[in-house]
Design a protein around this ligand. Structure first.
Ligand code: C2E
Ligand code: CA
Ligand code: CA
Ligand code: CA
Length: 276
């Protein structure tokens, strides 16, 4: 097929083919990643707004791909979810975070991100219980970060999972608040300990005329009256730090303090405080 038209058609067809191939090879590499030890958890400090002490860390997954190097979770988590690999990866994250928690002081907490697919897995409570027991961790030191999308699933199943998790005694945080299918009803229905205010509200909040500050203020006062903490995510500048403190956020997380760092560096922060 050497005539121009057909050659051209092949060009597009090959491209489609290679995108699918790329995806398949990413999936295959992901399948081997746990066994190969190519996942790591990095830890980003979560800082008390009041006294600037470290309250804990958020565990963020890092993957050293054999050929491509370090890949962003935004690239591979969706692939893992579609390929049915997120349950195994999520269990590894929970086990690893608990084992790491055991090596930090008792008053340091750790948050892990939980995919909606993990949340609808009936095995999740026992996976958490086993990880806590193996590491001999007080359950209140582990915080699960859940997004609003868990409420789109089966209501009875969702409510039962919240009850089971609360019975274990882990803390629950509502992640990326305000970005998705936010409903105040979710705050009533589920026993969250913390609301994480998405960085899209922090970004630009210091600019004149921005409505973000007003939104942050109402989230923090709502959270306070419900007895929940609030973490401002993605705080990068001193102006943003000062603003979110003044608007009543109880915790701050962002590059102003530190990006997510390997375990040993995080341990160093507990001893010396994050360089700022
Ligand atoms: P997320 O849970 O909202 O995590 C916060 C993201 O913002 C992280 O990106 C973090 O590195 C980044 N970040 C923190 N501070 C700043 C800042 O000051 N400025 C900016 N521009 N970004 C900041 P990361 O590590 O690339 O993770 C992206 C997303 O991937 C996470 O968003 C989370 O949804 C997902 N993810 C990460 N680890 C896991 C995991 O273990 N399991 C699951 N299911 N999802 C994960
Ligand atoms: Ca998170
Ligand atoms: Ca978030
Ligand atoms: Ca996110």
């Amino acid at each position: 097929a050497k005539d121009g038209g057909r050659g051209r058609f092949h060009f597009y067809s090959d491209n489609l083919h290679s995108a699918a191939e790329e995806r398949a090879s990413l999936e295959e590499a992901l399948r081997d990643a746990i066994a190969n030890g190519s996942f790591e958890l990095h830890y980003q400090p979560v800082v008390n707004a009041a006294d600037s002490n470290i309250a804990g860390f958020e565990a963020l997954l890092r993957w050293n791909h054999p050929a491509k190097g370090w890949l962003s979770p935004d690239k591979f988590i969706p692939v893992a979810e579609e390929a049915g690999l997120i349950l195994a990866i999520g269990s590894w994250v929970i086990r690893t975070a608990c084992a790491d928690l055991a090596r930090w002081p008792e008053d340091v907490r750790c948050a892990v991100n939980v995919s909606p697919l993990q949340f609808s897995d009936p095995q999740l409570p026992s996976i958490i219980t086993n990880a806590l027991a193996a590491a001999q961790i007080n359950p209140s030191r582990l915080e699960l970060e859940i997004t609003e999308s868990v409420f789109l699933g089966d209501d009875a199943g969702t409510d039962a999972m919240f009850t089971a998790l609360k019975r274990i005694g882990v803390r629950l945080a509502l992640d990326d608040f305000g970005t998705g299918y936010s409903s105040l009803g979710y705050l009533k229905r589920a026993p969250f300990d913390k609301i994480k205010i998405d960085q899209s509200f922090v970004r630009g909040a210091t600019q004149a005329g921005s409505r973000n500050g007003a939104i942050i203020t109402s989230i923090t006062s709502l959270a306070k009256s419900l007895g929940m903490d609030t973490t401002a995510e993605g705080v990068e500048t001193l102006d943003e730090l000062e603003l979110v403190r003044n608007l009543g956020c109880s915790h701050v997380q962002g590059y102003i303090y530190s990006k997510a760092v390997p375990f040993d560096a995080a341990l160093g922060y507990i001893i010396d405080g994050p360089a700022m």
